[in-house]
Design a protein around this ligand. Structure first.
Ligand SMILES: O=C(NC/C=C/[C@H]1O[C@@H](n2cnc(C(F)(F)F)c2)[C@H](O)[C@@H]1O)c1cc([N+](=O)[O-])cc(O)c1O
Ligand SMILES: [Mg+2]
Length: 221
């Protein structure tokens, strides 16, 4: 049967990127998506905003929702300090299989834990199964109508601490209106929009960065 777009992207990486060189893998994917076949990676323009937030937070524990082909996984992992952990969740086994190979080609597999399943099932297992107490940074890039329920779930499970940062892709295109309304209106978050463009296009899109000031915020004085 015909190969999938992620499989063709992986083949392009293996042909054009150097093993163990994350930047060359990132560049190869950007080239493929810009000049051969568009794909829904966060991309180079929003990717530099992601990079700057990762460097600012310098997180010890990161959760990524939506691995897809591993592009943003690599952008985050290449900036992590030794010992810092990135857990990335992927629902689609075929995408996970491609992402594992992309991450391995970049030589970043020792920094990344790719887990297959749904966020609703896996987020409640973070403590018992992955020994995570809370996340310093969460990158939301999975199904857009899951951003809000998964954020509420993380709040309720105490997986966000004072200063935890949520960074959400696509808040304009395709859009995550309920999530955006929530983080912008809730006294529980200090939220800021980073205007950019939809990956590899001139369409407006952006990232929303929301800092969780702590469970006490927004409660009655
Ligand atoms: O739909 C978009 N993204 C959806 C992304 C979906 C990806 O996240 C995975 N996932 C689902 N649940 C989980 C979890 F976490 F539960 F395990 C992981 C899906 O299997 C898929 O690989 C999108 C669309 C456009 N666009 O322009 O249409 C642009 C973008 O940047 C996008 O991110
Ligand atoms: Mg996205």
């Amino acid at each position: 049967t015909r190969s999938s777009r992620p499989q063709r992207m992986l083949a392009h990486v293996k042909r054009h990127a150097a093993r163990g060189d994350p930047q060359s893998v990132i560049d190869a994917i950007d080239y493929f998506c810009r000049h051969k076949e568009w794909a829904m990676n966060v991309g180079d323009e929003k990717g530099t905003i992601l990079d700057s937030v990762v460097c600012e937070v310098s997180p010890g524990a990161v959760l990524e929702l939506g691995t897809y082909c591993g592009y943003s996984t690599m952008r985050i992992a290449r900036l992590l300090a030794p010992g810092a952990r990135l857990i990335t969740l992927e629902f689609n086994p075929a995408n996970a299989a491609v992402a594992r190979q992309v991450i391995a080609w970049a030589g970043l597999e020792h920094k990344v834990q790719l887990v297959e399943g749904s966020s609703g099932d896996l987020i409640p297992q973070m403590r018992e199964k992955f020994g995570i107490d809370s996340f310093d940074l969460v990158f939301l890039d999975h199904w857009k109508d899951w951003y809000l329920p998964d954020t509420r779930l993380m709040e309720e499970l105490g997986l966000l601490h004072k200063g935890s940062v949520l960074l959400a892709d696509n808040v304009i295109c395709p859009g995550a209106p309920e999530y955006l309304a929530y983080v912008r209106s809730s006294p529980r978050y200090d939220s800021r929009y980073f205007k950019s463009h939809l990956e590899y296009t001139y369409v407006e899109d952006g990232l929303e960065k929301s800092v969780f000031p702590g469970a006490s915020a927004g409660s009655r004085p």
